[in-house]
Design a protein around this ligand. Sequence first.
Ligand code: FE
Length: 339
Amino acid sequence: MRLLSCVGLSLLLVACDRNDSGPLPPEAESRVVVYTSRQSHLIEPLFERFTESTGIQVDYITDSEAPLIERLAAEGDRTQADVFMTVDAGNLWFATQREVLQPLDSSALAEAVPENLRDPDGHWFGLSIRARAIVYHPDRVDPEELSTYQALADEKWDDRLCLRTSRKVYNQSLVAMLIEHLGTEEAEQVVSGWVDNLAVPPFSSDTQMIQAVGAGRCDVGIANSYYLGRLQRDDEDYPVAIYWPNQETSGVHVNISGAGMTRHAPRPGNARKLIEWLASEAAQEEFASLNMEYPVLDGVELDPVVAAWGEFRHDPTNLAVAGERQSEAVRLMDRVGYR
Ligand code: FE
């Protein structure tokens, strides 16, 4: 009891220190508030299990990442949000630039999350890995013909390539990494070659793009593997296959879904507990398999559809580069007419 009242007192002191309008109500300390761009069905089962194991209730709101980041910026130190969760390192990097996240020094996260999948300063941590692969129609393409993202600029793919729009951060991050590895000039030749090879105008979603490959409107494309996973889960004979590119060079371009502690988190202790729990063995298998992604934690079982795609080598470059080079990538894609 004595311990409890000491804890209570220290919480009150923390609360008094950070809040002009008086201490937070005691129940506020047994919750954590998340702003997230992820869909409810991908996170709610995990939040429920977190509450079961810790007694901390998770309240969350969902919206697109840009409005959530602006909301955090506008709310400043009046925010109720403790954790920001989204997809793509480009978005997490932007949230860091916008100063709505704070560094979290956690040995548990440093151990669980590979170094290239988290911010060097601790503002954000990858919690699942998404791989951007080449997809192809197995009746129209021999996988022996495939090698790298760059090689899809070859003339032999003229009128055979499908892409998603350049407006989506996924392709901005991919091109940012191409610039990092090849330099601007060569990356520009590659992306220009892709545009020349398009069979149809870019699609607004990865799923539509994969479906165009499946329907034979084009032969190859570039997509996040989980979109193909969803189609294959519903139809095991779905006529699109996956190819892991750049195995002899830079590795497959991977990205993350991830989270960071908000700059003015009212409950930083609970924010830490939630993010650490999501990266732990207790959560990783379900976290990854809910969206057919890859766990960040080593040794965690994969969804069977995902496991069937085999192992591959990732690009080990720190994903912060995807953010740092994002505006360069957007300008490059504009220059070559990639819509
Ligand atoms: Fe996605």
